[in-house]
Design a binder for this molecule. Sequence first.
Ligand code: UDP
Ligand code: MG
Length: 326
Amino acid sequence: MIPILYIVIPCYNEQEVLPETSKRILDKLTRMVRAQICHDDSRVLFVDDGSKDQTWSMIEGLCEQDIHFAGVKLAHNRGHQNALLAGLMTAKEYCDAAISMDADLQDDIEVLDEFMERFAQGCQIVYGVRKARETDTFFKRNSALTFYRLMQMLGTQVVNNHADYRLMSKEALEALAQYREVNLFLRGIVPEIGYQTAVVYYDRGERFAGESKYPLKKMISFAIEGITSFSVKPLKLISTLGILISLCSCAGLIYALVSKICGVAVPGWTAIISSIWLLGGVQLLCLGVLGGYVGKIYQEVKARPRYIIETKKLQPGQKGQTTENV
Ligand code: UDP
Ligand code: MG
């Protein structure tokens, strides 16, 4: 059976790139349909993330021109991750697999066949990973690397050099739908889903028109979102710091006492210095304990699915069915 593919593209003020993007993607999709890689019912689904320019009217125009184009308009700007989720959740109802990509065609669309190949081999999630970061500035390359390292240190699984260019099968999308969190960081959630996965390498080019919608400020807040949405380790670190400072304060206390005994301390200094250290340490330790509880509440409030069932092999007999109905 030839799979139905939905290519999901979030767009925020992308009027400069849309004409070229839609042309190139439609051409690619047509070639894929012809090669029977995907079904003719496949679609290119644009998600307008509350753009202020002509993006939505252009999408409407495209939908009228060709049946392979589809569009979803969000009521207002909700950010890349939410726009992407809206597109994926819409696609889930109609597709066998969905591939997400950016509107600026920085991701090489020629590897779409490879994504589909892996999907045909049974992979539920296929990650697009950048071969090199030559097109990036020195700052972006190194800040990205630091970010991936930090995420891994803090215990979040992320695929290095993978942005949001990925294929997800209908099953994987249904699993994703079970994650109900508001602070969305798809790169962290998707590896948590599990299933059989694969990686496809590609070259990332430059944005061919328009400006990046991810200025430094947004990038930093995205990185902080990624860390705080997945890890309570920063909270736990407070306790460690508290213990360390308490230990230091003991050493300080001994030093202050020795200074006093030797008569080299100014009167009153010993008491002040040791209480500052000790109180600081105790306060941090208490904060750490509170942090521990807050972290637990945070994880409970997220109410993430505790497991995702990949397949079910169960044929309840007569008895089983009666029990189930009871
Ligand atoms: N985008 C979006 N909503 C936003 C910001 C960005 O839907 O609030 C989309 C944007 O249209 C593009 C994708 O997210 O398709 C990635 O943005 P961009 O290419 O500007 O990011 P960069 O490649 O510079 O990191
Ligand atoms: Mg881009």
